[in-house]
Write a protein that binds this ligand. Structure first.
Ligand code: GLA
Length: 731
């Protein structure tokens, strides 16, 4: 990797073995974009890439026919100048003007990557990453903008963020501070967004880019189940295996905007960042503001390669702590088994059976604290309910440990029920508009985490429960979105800061807990997968993917999630049938075959299944223990996606290509069907692989495919509903 400054032409070229990113100082001093894509040879002058051939009405002070802010591609365009496209930022200055003009001052190239204050971000050592910070200045206003670009050595990836520094004597207000603007040179793209709702998260939707705006966003205070802060721009004929695509992943967990703006001259502008709605951030003299970062990945080998790049980059350069690159424990969670209605004896009985099956970790879900017997009460009171846990968390942890299991539990620290001691004591600690009745969601309100004292209070309560008990795991939930986001402490000028300060408060609590308890594995959750984003993965390396545990629906949800997030981050469990959300019954091997492709665990009482099924569960756990390293950290391929197909097929391959695992799923019976044949990927064409008792060359399996007949896949048939097979493929 390298970052080269061409002094004579004032061009900056970031490159590694795979990609090039080139920008330049335009004739008027503002920063322009020249190229992002597959690696190009370096040279002094790429200016010709900016020529557009059209005539603009406004040329700007450079007054050259070749140069126009409106026609040329920009790096970080302002509101109010001659660009006219969607601005990347907008600042209100003391005189009421919002018109900025930031010109190049200097730049700094260095090895490695700096952390972002208070924010999650990718990191990289001096061998892994290189950064350029470009300083832009508005002379009239004496405000600086520092654009930061990090290129990673091993990946076709660039991380970008922006810092604003006010050096003037006047207060300014940041109205809009997006993290990234990427101007592309043609409009021939489609956008893939990952959309849904509770229990149907992250289903890919492809939209053709057309003149005007194509956007997804969240104004819910969390990244949301409805739209994910990860989108892909791809060429029309790009598929899983071939073609160009660019991914944009926002390392942030709150309100966001991801917007493509196709102008009428063929310039496609893509922007991503904190949603400007409701955002106003004042900066006094010498104050700074840093945006969260966006990680861009370029692929010229289809969507699988794009996803694999995110998987590896996030596993190695975003996830941190002792759980980084470590296979995850096989757990049993009691939620769907008992809901909040349990005694300690019930819990121990469920845990003992989980141990007998071979599980490694028991997780006590909601209902252990305060007056929490249903979802009307108790949130905010993080003190053990001694009717349920007579010896507290410490006592239960000890008893579970004595059974031979690790122990973990559920929390929802950002919330309060009006029926709680915390709310009675501090009614002003939750969001609400003075003089109006606040809206409840699941009978609860959102605590004002923009206030340090609130975060401190919750931290201290949780610390007392965790400290001294032997806790291996915590599931951190967040079960309602934010509405009426008004802080009672704020004062008028601060109200535009609250959504973002809330997210910073959540990150600060995570940071304190992971620092105090570095060995604990955190799993994030938000009514299932309503906060499945790269920001959360920095603190909690896995996330409960969806409250919908139906294996058929999970094929769709987990496939969608895999586009932007590593397999090892996808919380996936086998649950009871008929499924609680869909009423559908699928065989237990089908449920496990789907749940293997994630963290794997169980969400039911194993005392309530047949002996025959229990024997199967034991084998499943053994299988996962043998294969989890490969599944969770191998190269993952979507071979057949379930959206327009009656089948789904996934595959993982070890880095050395010696081991692979292939999962194939049939949704509906297909009577008198043709024998299925699925082409595999990522194998060594010259190596000989065995499937059961049969051997094949890698090229056969990739060019011809694995034939799913009685010979290779005994028991698998597409003539029955919900049939599946997982095959191990070894050299
Ligand atoms: C949310 C989670 C569930 C469970 C419940 C507990 O819905 O997604 O997994 O923890 O809360 O109330």
């Amino acid at each position: 990797m390298n970052i080269i400054w061409h002094k004579s032409t004032r061009q900056i070229h970031l490159c590694n073995r795979r990609i090039s990113y080139i920008m330049y100082v335009q004739p008027n001093g503002e920063l322009g974009q020249l190229y992002f894509g597959k690696k190009l040879h370096d040279k002094d002058d790429f200016t010709y890439l900016s020529y557009r051939g059209q005539k603009s009405h406004v040329c700007g002070e450079a007054a050259s026919e070749d140069f126009s802010m409106e026609l040329n591609r920009q790096e970080y365009p302002s509101f109010g100048g001659t660009d006219f496209g969607t601005p990347a930022y907008e600042i209100s200055y003391a005189d009421g003007s919002m018109i900025g003009k930031y010109t190049y001052v200097d730049h700094l190239i260095f090895k490695g990557k700096k952390p972002l204050p208070g924010l999650p971000a990718t990191y990289g050592s001096e061998e892994e990453a290189m950064t350029v910070e470009i300083t832009m200045h508005d002379e009239l206003r004496n405000v600086y903008i520092v654009l930061s670009y990090t290129i990673f050595d091993d990946y076709p990836a660039i991380a970008r963020s922006v810092r604003f520094i006010n050096r003037s004597d006047n207060q300014i207000v940041l109205n809009r501070v997006l993290s990234l603007c990427m101007d592309l040179s043609d409009l021939n793209y489609e956008m893939i967004q990952f959309s849904g709702a509770w229990a149907r998260e992250r289903i890919p939707i492809v939209r053709k880019i057309n003149s005007g705006i194509t956007a997804v966003e969240s104004r819910r205070g969390v990244s949301s189940a409805n739209q994910n802060p990860f989108v892909i721009l791809k060429r029309e004929n790009t598929n899983e295996f071939v073609g160009e695509a660019i991914g944009f992943s926002f390392v942030y967990s709150g309100n966001f905007l991801a917007q493509a703006d196709a102008d009428t001259y063929g310039r496609l502008r893509f922007l991503m960042g904190i949603h400007p709605d409701g955002f106003k951030w004042p900066l006094s003299k010498d104050e700074e503001f840093s945006t969260p970062e966006v990680v861009m990945v370029y692929s010229d080998q289809g969507l699988n390669y794009l996803s694999q790049t995110y998987h590896k980059l996030y596993n190695k350069n975003l996830v941190r702590g002792v759980w980084k690159e470590r296979p995850r424990p096989i757990l049993l969670n009691n939620w769907e088994a008992t809901f909040m209605n349990f005694t300690e004896a019930d819990i121990l009985k469920i845990a003992a059976k989980a141990k007998e099956a071979g599980a490694e970790l028991f997780v006590l879900d909601d209902g252990w604290f305060g007056a929490r017997d249903n979802d009307y009460a108790g949130l905010g009171d993080w003190v053990e309910n001694t009717k349920k846990l007579p010896d507290g968390m410490k006592g239960l942890a000890k008893k579970i440990n004595e059974l031979g299991l690790e122990f973990g539990f559920w929390i929802e620290p950002e919330m309060v029920n009006p029926d709680s001691d915390l709310y009675r004591k501090h009614p002003d600690w939750s969001f609400s508009v003075p003089g109006r009745k606040p809206s409840l969601g699941r009978h609860q309100l959102v605590l004002d985490f923009s206030r340090k004292e609130v975060v401190d209070y919750i931290y201290n309560m949780l610390f007392k429960v965790i400290d001294g008990a032997n806790i291996a795991y915590i599931k951190w939930d967040m079960n309602r979105t934010i509405s009426e986001c008004f802080s009672h402490e704020g004062g008028a000028l601060k109200q535009g800061m609250i959504y973002h300060k809330y997210v910073l408060g959540v990150y600060s609590l995570y940071k304190r807990l992971i620092t105090a308890f570095p060995d604990i594995l955190f799993e994030s959750c938000a009514s299932g997968g309503a906060r499945f984003d790269a920001g959360m993965l920095y603190y909690a390396p896995q996330a409960w993917c969806s409250d919908n545990t139906d294996a058929v629906d999970r094929l769709l949800i987990q496939t969608g999630t895999s586009y932007g997030y590593p397999v090892v981050s996808i919380g996936s469990h086998v649950s009871a049938v008929p499924n609680q959300q869909t009423g559908r019954s699928t065989p237990i091997d089908f449920r496990a075959n789907v749940a293997y492709f994630g963290t794997f665990g169980y969400e039911l009482d194993l005392n309530h299944i047949s002996e025959e099924e229990f024997e199967q569960v034991k084998k499943q756990i053994m299988f996962m223990k043998e294969n989890r390293e490969l599944i969770q950290y191998g190269d993952f391929y979507r071979l057949i996606t379930p959206y327009d197909n009656n089948m789904c097929a996934w595959m993982v391959v070890s880095e050395d290509k010696k081991k692979a695992l292939f999962g194939c799923y049939v949704l509906r019976a297909n009577v008198n069907a043709i024998t299925a044949r699925v082409k595999l990927c990522g194998l060594d064409p010259d190596a000989i692989y065995t499937i059961g008792n049969h051997s094949y060359f890698g090229d056969e399996l990739m060019q011809v495919g694995v034939v799913l007949d009685a010979r290779n896949a005994p028991g698998f048939t597409i003539g029955e509903d919900y049939k599946s097979i997982v095959l191990t493929i070894n050299t």
